[in-house]
Write a protein that binds this ligand. Sequence first.
Ligand SMILES: NC(=O)c1ccc[n+]([C@@H]2O[C@H](COP(=O)([O-])OP(=O)(O)OC[C@H]3O[C@@H](n4cnc5c(N)ncnc54)[C@H](OP(=O)(O)O)[C@@H]3O)[C@@H](O)[C@H]2O)c1
Length: 311
Amino acid sequence: MKNKNKMHAIVMHSYGGPEVLQYEEINIPHLQDDEVLIRVHGSSVNPVDCGLRAGALRDFIPLKLPAVLGVDVSGEIVHTGSRVFKFKLGDSVYAYLGLFRNGGYAEFVAVPEKYLANTPKNIFLHDAGVIPGAGLTAFEAFTVHAPIKKSSKVLINGAAGGVGTFAIQIAKSMGAEVTAICSTSKIELVKYCGADEIIDYTKTPLSTVENTFDVILNCVRGSDNVSFMNLLSTHGMLLVIAGDISLLPPQKVVQFFVQPNGDNLRQLTSLIEGGKVRPIIEKTYSWKNIPDAHRHSETGRTAGKIGLTID
Ligand SMILES: NC(=O)c1ccc[n+]([C@@H]2O[C@H](COP(=O)([O-])OP(=O)(O)OC[C@H]3O[C@@H](n4cnc5c(N)ncnc54)[C@H](OP(=O)(O)O)[C@@H]3O)[C@@H](O)[C@H]2O)c1
């Protein structure tokens, strides 16, 4: 019989390839007064999980090993701390956990109340686990860092990925004109998300693009930010979520790291329940196949999100 203080989780004891992710029994997390304990149903694989696992980010975000990765969770509240007021036992909730807590690849996770929102009523509970990190990144981009208005001209690079597919839909819901950059095989996907114009980067070099944009969201690590600077309108802003901005003029460029935020997640939930935004899921893996899910993410070709069921 299972010890009631124990749970299953995907644990890594060392940095390395996908094979370091092991299904094991560990202690259920201790709950702080302002936290809830969630029985996790869904999570997702984000590129940052793979970077953390491989040790590529260890100079900035050193893991305390053994570690449980996973920045996204959806599930049901099974316990509440004494200073939790907005949520109750049995609520279906989701959250972005941030880079310093992680812990979503587990049966249970402790989450501060202020990170939480109720899951959208029109999305299966396990599917909701793909939304928080990528969805909040796109939402934060266009509401906090470069607020967009009706008819803003928005360019999204990496438009077919996890962040990009949310970004197209969120920008459209705000009335923007959206141009999406993707490869040939992803054109139908970005059209489905609502892109007005498409630049196929395998056929059209950025240097030949003549339009300018009020907001450019660059989601592709290693891409040429200087070329994007040349596509900005007079008051335009370049938002960079992956890659180096050190040589770019600070008044025109913002680099940010998405923060856990229950209020923003509630606003995103409204957009989803209103039919303006829906998560695009390329494939959902059982968490017991998580090494394969990491290999999938590491191709760099994911169409939308990779889901995980914590079954
Ligand atoms: N700073 C933050 O807060 C933050 C938050 C979330 C994510 N990120 C980072 O942002 C990046 C994107 O995250 P994500 O979750 O969207 O990744 P993702 O889902 O893995 O992105 C995959 C997509 O990138 C596209 N892509 C690859 N090379 C491209 C290129 N040269 N030009 C245009 N598109 C290209 C692919 O489309 P094609 O097959 O069409 O090439 C694919 O659809 C990652 O590096 C991630 O770590 C940062």
